[in-house]
Design a protein around this ligand. Structure first.
Ligand SMILES: Cc1ncc(COP(=O)(O)O)c(C=O)c1O
Length: 417
């Protein structure tokens, strides 16, 4: 079959008519499908239902902590120990907090706005900027937009952003941060390599410049290859910048997205500074939830085992997305995508200038997609080509319908353009 770009004018008109018929049929089908957010499916949440019966007993942890009471700003030691092992950090480099790592990111920036970092000038008194590798996570960009931080996009490759471009930007003292999703980046699936990481850790930057190392998908492998997280804190210390990294993780996509535990891993100085602010906000995190998680996981291996059960559910969904896109778009040479090794998304690049149209067509056919451009600061994808597919939530039959419908919209938009 000739590729769309190789068709004659007549053949192209015929192709377009064919896609219009397919789209009309799609609209007739009256679908109501949602591929918008990277949420775990109910069957994944069911894997952790035992948590609903825990912790049981009197809520006393092995170290004697009465988890029902106030206090314990650092979180329950037993839970910190499990995630210290998983993240490859020391116990005193990680704290356990409440259910959302995104709120830790937000709060750290808000604290920097209000108080500065390490005795530096308050961010709110300056015009500050963050480096935003793109495509990236829309909620990171949302925090910046909400707090008035200028965002500077840099193209994200398969192993990290263009280091030279980042180095040049970071030399500006107004640049205070960079968003990094180091493993299975949302949405491209990129995995930061050691060389890129070391460059980010060593480059000259303001004293209060921080890498927001959001390891949301550190354990969320889709293949048998279970990459270990990079020892980013160790490398930061080796680079002479021990305080440069805030590392985040959570159990939102391990146990319950609405009832998990978040983690902040960083240098002792950074953790002390964070707790120094957080203690005015709360008299300690939800340690009953910490204890439930300890009893449920048992140990680090318990977490790894659970993640393999998630993988068993998720891998077929990602395989299906790849298969449908290959069958439907491949023969026409339309669109580019890659099968990620982990994480929650597939990034589909459609022909330039058509992503907004595809999302609109899909909406009119009852398929909700993340808005085109969502993976860019202020929703501005300069080439209007990225579409984020979130295949985790729908059951397989619905997912198949949705991706087939999406492919129809992609082909129609390409034919129109
Ligand atoms: C990269 C990334 N970071 C953070 C989050 C949210 O994490 P949490 O549920 O711990 O707030 C998500 C959720 O989709 C994400 O994709």
């Amino acid at each position: 079959m000739p590729r769309l770009s190789e068709l004659s004018e007549n053949e192209r008109a015929e192709f377009r008519a064919e896609q219009e018929r397919a789209y009309a049929a799609l609209q007739q089908a009256g679908l109501k499908l949602d591929l918008t957010r990277g949420k775990p499916a109910a069957t994944q949440l069911d894997l952790s239902n035992e948590l609903l019966e825990l912790p049981g007993g009197k809520g006393i942890a092995d170290d004697g902590t009465d988890t029902r009471n106030y206090g314990g700003q650092l979180g329950l030691t037993e839970l910190r120990a499990i995630f210290a092992e998983l993240l490859g950090v020391e116990l005193d480099q990680v704290i356990a907090q409440d259910n959302s790592s995104l709120s830790l990111m937000h709060d750290l920036i808000a604290y920097a706005m209000l108080h500065g970092i390490g005795g530096g000038q308050r961010w709110a008194e300056q015009k500050i900027k963050f480096i935003c590798p793109v495509p990236g996570y829309d909620r990171h960009f949302g925090i910046c937009q909400h707090l008035g931080i200028e965002m500077v996009p840099v193209e994200l490759g398969p192993h990290g952003p263009d280091v030279e471009a980042v180095r040049e930007l970071a030399a500006d003292p107004a640049v205070k941060g960079i968003w990094v999703v180091p493993m299975y980046a949302n949405p491209s699936g990129a995995i930061y390599d050691e060389q890129t990481t070391r460059a980010l850790l060593a480059m000259p930057a303001a004293d209060d410049f921080r890498i927001f190392w959001d390891n949301a998908y550190a354990f969320h492998h889709l293949t048998a290859e279970e990459y270990a997280p990079l020892d980013v804190l160790g490398m930061a210390a080796e680079a002479g910048n021990p305080d440069r990294v805030y590392q985040f993780a959570s159990t939102s996509k391990i146990t319950f997205a609405g009832g998990g535990v978040s983690f902040l891993a960083s240098s002792k100085a950074n953790l002390d500074e964070y707790v120094g602010h957080a203690k005015f906000r709360s008299i300690g995190p939800d340690k009953v939830n910490h204890l439930r998680h300890v009893r449920f996981f048992g140990d680090a291996e318990g977490v790894r085992r659970l993640m393999r059960e998630h993988r068993d559910q998720l891998a077929p969904k990602f395989d299906l997305v790849g298969q449908v896109l290959t069958e439907r778009l491949g023969p026409h040479g339309v669109g580019e995508w890659e099968a990620p090794d982990g994480g929650y998304f597939v990034n589909l690049a459609v022909p330039d200038g058509t992503a907004t149209r595809v999302v609109e067509l899909a909406k009119q056919a009852g398929i909700a997609l993340t808005p085109a451009g969502a993976a860019y600061p202020h929703g501005n994808d300069p080439r209007d080509r990225h579409i984020r597919i979130a295949p985790t939530f729908p059951p397989l039959p619905e997912l198949e319908q949705a991706i087939n419908g999406l492919a129809t919209c992609v082909l129609l938009a390409a034919a129109e353009s």
